[in-house]
Design a protein around this ligand. Structure first.
Ligand code: PEP
Length: 255
């Protein structure tokens, strides 16, 4: 089975002091679990600090984005090697980056390849907008996003995929577990199986994201094809994020 995984995407939130105290508190509450990957995704300037705050625990660190080029005159950008020096994971293709910063399936693919090359685990985000769902295009959109993101990627080993319907992000209205499972098993896992074969594909952690709370997470991870969550707002609250992780661990039978 894929490893249970929960990642907290802090987005552009927290001060330096808040990042420090959030990470330090999470080190205490979720720092020494074994059977579940726990990942913090702070803003770039706080990566070093958060990494130091959780040092000695098995909590992983992720960036929220990166450039795919190795180095050069790209003011304001961060290169794969720079991220890899501090992080284990990198979120790629988040819908906010697709909608607000011109991220495309092609640029996500370049970033996925670059991340794997430097030993980062990409958390590849896919998801349809409300208009796309209402037009009956959700499945074809997700299939295109995942297939293009993985173009030329020959191994499933370090991949993590997050299904985040855009209409569920930050709205307080999550998808239903059944709807999420339809896409995650019927589209994402099916694409992974056709690309990498069943044994490897079934090892890829599939995360649901979109208004996950301590109350709603259980229903999602009770679905066999959902191995964890990518959490936005609730990851900024120590008790909520801790509870989400403990619920996922309990449902998946790990500690
Ligand atoms: C996200 O942006 O990745 C996300 C899932 O946000 P939220 O949990 O706040 O909906």
């Amino acid at each position: 089975m894929a490893r249970p995984t929960v990642a907290g995407n802090w987005k552009m939130n927290t001060s330096l002091a808040e990042a420090q105290s959030l990470a330090s508190a999470l080190k205490v509450s979720i720092g020494d679990m074994n059977g579940i990957s726990r990942v913090l995704c702070p803003p770039f300037p706080y990566l070093t600090l958060v990494r130091e705050a959780v040092a000695g625990s098995s909590i992983g660190i992720s960036a929220q984005n990166m450039n795919y080029q190795e180095k050069g005159a790209f003011t304001g950008e961060v290169a794969p090697n720079m991220v890899a020096e501090l992080c284990d994971y990198v979120i790629l293709g988040h819908s906010e980056r697709r909608a607000l910063y011109g991220e495309t399936d092609e640029s996500v693919n370049l970033k996925v390849e670059a991340a794997l090359k430097v030993g980062l685990k990409p958390i590849i985000c896919v998801g349809e907008t409300l208009a796309q769902r209402e037009a009956g295009a959700a499945e074809s959109i997700i299939e295109k996003q995942i297939t293009k993101a993985l173009d030329g990627v020959d191994k499933a080993g370090d991949l993590v995929v997050a299904y985040e319907p855009v209409w569920a992000i930050g709205t307080g209205v999550p998808a239903t577990p059944e709807l999420a499972a339809e896409i995650m098993e019927g589209v994402i896992q099916r694409c992974l199986i056709s690309l990498y074969g069943e044994p490897a594909a079934l090892e890829v952690p599939l995360l649901y994201g979109g208004s996950v709370t301590p109350d709603s997470v259980q229903g999602f991870v009770e679905q066999a094809c959902i191995h964890g969550a990518l959490v936005g707002g609730a990851s900024l609250k120590i008790d909520d994020f801790t509870q989400i992780i403990k619920t996922v661990a309990k449902v998946k039978g790990v500690s």
